[in-house]
Design a protein around this ligand. Structure first.
Ligand SMILES: Cc1cc2nc3c(=O)[nH]c(=O)nc-3n(C[C@H](O)[C@H](O)[C@H](O)COP(=O)(O)OP(=O)(O)OC[C@H]3O[C@@H](n4cnc5c(N)ncnc54)[C@H](O)[C@@H]3O)c2cc1C
Length: 636
């Protein structure tokens, strides 16, 4: 068995390469918003982050699988060690990495937060979900919360005194949130009473923090049907207490008298929201997934959980989309994270396990890393991870520019580029995590199927990523409808143009170094597949635009392949950029030669094996609808 199942080494060198060479962190650092920040700070932050996650969080991953949280008397006790690790996380300032300094955050660029979050998720996907949801809650408050709500909640969420949750799903409302039924009844004092049932609520009940702030989608009594009648509410697990820090201090009349009188300093009270059960899951066993009941009248505040509306009535889904976009991006990063850990474990095993002679002949059996097919598996894993990390960081940089660029037009432009990439980061990176963790099991052979090896846990844990925060199909529908068709393909075509620019740069570089140079054949292969990939994506974009309104079923029959195509072509573009940078650095003897040479080889592999799939995907997307939709339902 591999001795490496408990270890994780953060890939800091690759993270720094991506930040600097692909995501433009130096240019970002020049923005007034990031005064005092530079690449040295980024490197120091990544080193500290690596130390914490490798040393404190990663060793708890297996414990979580073996000793999941327990529900007793309505209380959830988390996996042993998790509460201390969480405390270390928040005390180290990690929850606030990218959040504003005025609320106690560190105000660092989101592009740096992405690799920090990758490390946390690689170390422990289950534990990382709690800060992930808190991050998303903070984003929603920043966009839709009143200044008072922001001041009241965000510092507590950043300090880890409270954590956040997202309450969307109900038994009849999963992908389709138009079907949400939870009720919110307004009270004379401006608060609401919330009732209903929410299911699958991640970290919906736990003992890591003093309080939990649930973000709940619900309908007010006169709300219109469908998505236009959904509002967003903040519902603390406890209301009242010192400083009336949950909003109860605003209350008057019946509710304030009963709920707290915190203004008068009475103790905090249990709100009317309860964990009815914990789910038994395929993976992420240590993340408590709760059924939450609102309005059971079992608490200290009377019937209906006391909550406060965030933003305007009936615009809840719009706000929740902010939260979901942040969460969707973060789930994409989870995909890279778990894939990276699986890759590291597979490499370690492949270097240890001795089996079979070399195909080219060897006196004795060799370690399996010598076998070409094991190399192919390891290279597939590595290439998908590096491309995914690069794409996520580039997307994060667009979000930073969207927030802080000087010019309004520039900000809008970066916002649109970021939003185009979000469903791809979520959908493609998480599907890749399934592939990579599956390959990690395969590299281990039979031992991969044994729980004690640890790699099976990564395979099981990864499976949820393409499901929650919107399944891959939901991401793909978003990419087709909102992100491609709605603007007539404007942003999609900008990406196509950008790819054309990279092709041009590759051609110029090959010309400059001479076709006979050692790396020229790698760059030429990359350029060839990138060109074919761009054409395939262009063909698919044209097909979507021409048929979206005319034959929607045919277009959506190919939506997931369209997302995959966009992923591999845009991921391949980042790998091509990486190869160009690495080649120039290698030639200038600037940097670690082994790292740079490996980057070029990995990009070459990506082009030959992954980008090369693009034309086939385009064929399915543009001609495959009859096969997808042809059978009558009775034939299934
Ligand atoms: C472990 C776990 C944690 C979770 N955490 C949270 C949480 O914290 N908060 C929260 O609110 N929810 C949470 N969820 C719920 C999660 O977001 C939903 O399960 C997910 O959105 C899918 O909804 P569903 O399960 O109802 O599946 P369904 O919507 O029933 O989907 C079933 C299948 O139909 C497909 N499908 C549905 N609609 C379409 C369509 N329009 N086009 C194409 N295909 C479609 C889907 O892709 C899927 O393959 C969690 C779920 C799990 C399992």
């Amino acid at each position: 068995m591999s001795s490496s199942s408990a270890t994780y080494r953060a890939p800091v060198a690759d993270m720094l390469f991506v930040l600097r060479q692909l995501a433009g962190i130096d240019e970002l650092a020049a923005l007034p918003a990031y005064e005092g920040f530079d690449i040295d700070t980024a490197a120091a932050v990544l080193d500290e982050c690596a130390k914490f996650n490798e040393g404190v969080v990663a060793p708890l991953n297996r414990t979580g699988d073996l000793e999941p949280p327990v529900l007793a008397d309505g209380k959830v006790t988390s996996t042993p060690g998790f509460a201390d690790a969480f405390r270390g996380f928040v005390d180290g300032g990690w929850q606030g990495v990218q959040h504003p300094e005025r609320f106690g955050g560190q105000g660092l660029p989101g592009v740096l937060a992405a690799p920090c979050r990758e490390m946390l998720n690689a170390a422990n996907l289950s534990l990382a979900l709690c800060p992930l949801l808190t991050d998303s809650a903070i984003e929603a408050l920043l966009v839709a919360g009143s200044p008072e709500q922001q001041a009241r909640y965000i510092p507590k969420l950043i300090s880890g005194e409270w954590t956040g949750t997202m309450n969307l799903t109900e038994p009849q409302a999963g992908s389709d949130l138009a079907l949400v039924r939870a009720k919110a009844v307004p009270q004379p004092d401006g608060s609401y009473r919330i009732s209903g049932q929410k299911i699958f609520i991640t970290w919906g009940e736990h003992d890591l923090a003093r309080n939990i702030l649930h973000f709940v989608l619900a309908r007010t009594p006169d709300a219109p049907e469908g998505v236009k009648g959904i509002s967003l509410f903040a519902v603390p697990k406890y209301v009242g207490g010192e400083g009336a820090d949950d909003g109860a201090g605003e209350m008057s009349g019946e509710v304030s008298g009963e709920a707290s009188g915190e203004a008068g300093g009475s103790a905090r009270r249990r709100n009317d929201v309860w964990c009815a059960s914990l789910e038994h899951k395929l993976g992420i066993a240590a993340s408590p997934t709760c059924v939450l009941l609102y309005g059971e009248d079992k608490g200290e505040v009377g019937a209906g959980a006391i909550g406060w509306r965030i933003g305007e009535e009936n615009r809840g889904l719009e706000y929740m989309f902010v939260m979901m976009n942040a969460a969707r991006f973060a789930v994409g990063v989870q995909g890279v994270a778990v894939a990276e850990r699986a890759y590291q474990q597979a490499v370690a095993y492949a270097k240890e396990r001795v089996q079979s002679r070399d195909v080219a002949g060897s006196p004795a059996a060799v370690t399996i890393i010598h076998h070409p097919d094991v190399r192919r598996m390891l290279m597939t894993m590595r290439a998908l991870i590096e491309a995914g990390r690069a794409l996520a960081c580039v997307a994060a940089a667009h979000a930073d520019w969207a927030e802080h660029a000087a010019d309004e037009g520039e900000r809008r432009q970066h916002r649109r580029l970021h939003e185009f990439l979000v469903p791809i980061v979520k959908g493609w990176l998480t599907e890749n995590a399934n592939e990579v963790t599956s390959l990690a099991v395969q590299v281990h052979g039979g031992m991969g199927y044994m729980e004690e090896t640890g790699v099976a846990q990564l395979y099981r844990d990864a499976r949820i990523l393409a499901i929650y925060e919107g399944t891959t199909a939901i991401q793909a529908n978003d990419l087709v409808g909102r992100k491609t068709a709605r603007d007539g393909g404007a942003i999609a075509r900008q990406f196509l143009q950008l790819i054309g620019g990279v092709e041009q740069a590759l051609a110029e570089r090959i010309e400059a170094i001479g076709a006979g140079a050692a790396t020229a054949s790698d760059l030429a292969a990359i350029a060839g597949h990138l060109g074919a990939g761009r054409q395939a994506l262009e063909q698919a974009v044209d097909y979507v635009l021409a048929n979206h309104d005319r034959d929607a079923r045919a277009v959506y029959a190919g939506s997931v392949p369209y997302l995959k195509l966009a992923g591999i072509v845009l991921g391949g573009t980042q790998m091509a950029r990486a190869a160009l940078k690495a080649e120039a650095m290698l030639r200038a003897q600037a940097g670690d030669a082994q790292f740079l040479a490996a980057k070029i080889t990995t990009a070459r592999f990506f082009a030959d094996y992954i980008l090369a799939q693009a034309p086939g995907l385009a064929t399915g997307i543009t001609t495959g609808a009859p096969g997808v939709l042809g059978l009558p339902e009775a034939a299934f």
